[in-house]
Design a protein. Structure first.
Length: 66
């Protein structure tokens, strides 16, 4: 299993956003530096928290050909 995405929520405006790990860099996650909500006016907040039980996993199989 490999992690597909996880959700975070800005503490100020409660806007939730998905973050997709970068497979090429060992599933590292790059978080934004400020609120970039496009559905509503951005609060420009910089404080967010992980949304519990929001991790989505995918089945992953690697095939190596010799």
């Amino acid at each position: 299993m490999v992690e597909g995405e996880r959700y975070y929520e800005y503490r100020k405006c409660k806007f939730r956003f998905a973050v997709i790990p970068e497979f090429e860099t060992g599933n590292s996650i790059r978080l934004p530096s400020f609120c970039d909500s496009k559905r509503q006016k951005s609060c420009e907040g910089t404080s967010f928290q992980f949304v519990e039980d929001s991790i989505v996993c995918h089945v992953y199989q690697e095939i190596k050909i010799q």
